[in-house]
Design a protein around this ligand. Structure first.
Ligand code: DCT
Ligand code: MG
Length: 509
């Protein structure tokens, strides 16, 4: 076990608070100019106040450190309006009739919604006649998890509306670091934590909010606690500063470079891509050569508009040879993402012969070569054997014929030809994956290639542990009945598994 891992598992040491710097100084983009918020520290405490201020600022709210006449909304916790008015009097601030006195529940809802929510009676602090009543705490309105949250992502609806970015970003960095260190167990722990938080309809504000949420072990709870208390996780900070992490992150950003190559370059002491690129002793694969050649284009993500333009190219090319084929955009774009690192397509053609099926991708690639659109291609023939029992390996790649490509996408002609022509380059290199599957498996292939990775991992785990079935990209096998369960649509696969149907845009686990 390396020192880093020991730090993970060792007893948690309390550190001095490091809040100030990240909280107050950073100028954040203010989205809601008409609102000027002030959060009352009294009865709330410095730490929680700082945390809420940071969260609200991240969502584009203007939150003042000090109370002034420009403040329009005062947010308080466990205070009655009379308490707040008394306090204002001591501060020598006269409360105007426009000044809103609000319970913290309003702010928490705003943070969750990412915008100001309508103020209703339940949010407004009321002046109580009986002062003693004001001493009883106002109800904490953080929505409690009403229904039991499943440990499986395939039993949760996870849209792109993530209320817990601050935590899930941290977990994804920690998971990536484990991936770089080939520590599969810890990788899964962090990815499961990120995944479950992405499905929550509210933002976690205090440790109490984590009660009843599955997939959070002590190690991940510590990270959450750190972020709540200090605004950041020391563990994440250490990873971001770690040489190995930084190098692996950089090296694996090159198409064709995986963990093995990164490890080699790291051991050789390389720190930058320019040094690697120009080194005379290194040998690169064709994939890596292409990765370096189109590096800038490939690291700048693919937009939905570009993905749609690629989709037209793919459909035109496929239909030129097999007019009956179905072409479906899969991966992140099918889940509603607005950007991606590549564009994935599943192609299937009912009624075609095996020969026609096998030839299609070759023909498509040759067409693009003739048209000058092909920058790189790697065609992998199918290794599909009929009647083979599905693989029980969770992340096993499928046996379909597939093609990993880099295509030249010409910029769309813009009115009067201004923007795109500016730098002389009229195209962008785009990573495209094409998968060809036999029509009988298309529902399974579609489910498998839509992702997310965590969703796929969990639906297979669910099939194995809860249903004694084996699911992969080709088929669903019932081990008890010893039969393959046929399906023509994703809905049928969910039904076989006894799961409620989860739409593609709800699979962003
Ligand atoms: N997939 C999987 N397991 C893997 C790799 C991929 O289940 N080890 C599935 C899930 C998504 C799909 O294949 C496409 O993979 P990517 O393109 O890598 O993922 P993506 O969700 O499309 O993400 P991105 O936006 O980065 O392309
Ligand atoms: Mg993709």
């Amino acid at each position: 076990m390396d020192p880093q891992q020991m730090a993970h598992t060792g007893p948690r040491k309390k550190r001095a608070r490091q809040m100030g710097a990240s909280m107050a100084a950073t100028p954040q983009d203010i989205k809601f100019q008409d609102l000027v918020l002030f959060i009352l520290e009294k009865k709330m405490g410095t730490t929680r106040r700082g945390f809420l201020m940071e969260l609200a600022r991240r969502k584009g709210f203007r939150v003042e450190n000090e109370l002034s006449d420009s403040v329009t909304h005062i947010v308080a916790e466990n205070n009655s309006a009379s308490d707040v008015l008394d306090w204002l009097q001591v501060q020598k601030i006269k409360a105007s009739s426009q000044l809103e006195l609000l319970d913290v529940s309003w702010l928490i809802e705003c943070i969750g919604a990412g915008k100001p929510v309508e103020i209703t009676g339940k949010h407004q602090l009321v002046v109580t006649e009986d002062y003693s009543a004001s001493l009883s705490p106002s109800p904490q309105k953080t929505p409690p998890p009403a229904v039991k949250i499943s440990q499986y992502a395939c039993q949760r609806r996870t849209t792109l509306n993530n209320h817990n970015h601050i935590f899930t970003d941290a977990f994804e960095i920690l998971a990536e670091n484990c991936e770089f260190r080939e520590n599969e167990g810890s990788y899964v722990v962090f990815m499961r934590a990120a995944s479950v938080l992405k499905s929550l309809p509210f933002t976690i504000i205090s440790m109490k909010d984590t009660e009843g949420i599955p997939c959070l072990v002590d190690r991940t709870k510590c990270v959450i606690e750190d972020i709540i208390e200090d605004g950041e996780s020391s563990e994440v900070k250490a990873v971001l500063n770690d040489e190995r992490y930084k190098c692996f992150k950089l090296f694996t950003s090159v198409f064709g470079v995986g963990l093995k190559t990164s490890e080699k370059w790291f051991r050789m002491g390389f720190k930058t891509l320019s040094k690697i690129r120009t080194d005379k002793t290194l040998k690169f694969t064709q994939m890596q050569e292409a990765g370096f050649l189109y590096y800038e284009d490939l690291v700048s993500c693919v937009t939905k508009a570009e993905a749609d333009a690629v989709s037209v190219l793919v459909q035109e090319a496929v239909w030129a040879f097999l007019p009956n084929a179905f072409v479906t955009m899969t991966g992140g774009f099918r889940r509603g993402k607005k950007i991606g690192h590549d564009v994935d397509f599943l192609i299937t053609s009912p009624g075609s012969t095996e020969e026609e099926e096998q030839q299609l991708l070759h023909k498509v690639v040759n067409l693009w070569k003739r048209e000058g659109l092909l920058l790189y291609s790697d065609l992998i023939e199918s290794t599909f054997e009929k009647l083979k029992k599905p693989s029980s390996k969770v992340d096993a790649l499928d046996h379909f014929q597939k093609c990993f490509l880099i295509l030249k996408l010409h910029h769309q002609k813009v009115d009067s030809g201004k923007s795109s022509q500016l730098q002389g380059k009229t195209w962008k290199a785009i990573r495209v994956d094409l998968v060809m599957c036999p029509y009988e498996c298309h529902a399974f292939a579609l489910l498998g290639w839509t992702g997310s990775r965590q969703f796929e991992r969990d639906i297979r785990r669910y099939a194995t542990h809860e249903r004694k079935m084996i699911l992969d990209n080709h088929a669903l096998y019932d081990k008890t009945k010893r039969v393959f369960l046929k399906a023509d649509s994703e809905e049928e696969i969910f039904a076989h598994l006894g799961l409620d149907y989860i739409e593609p845009w709800e699979r962003n686990a």
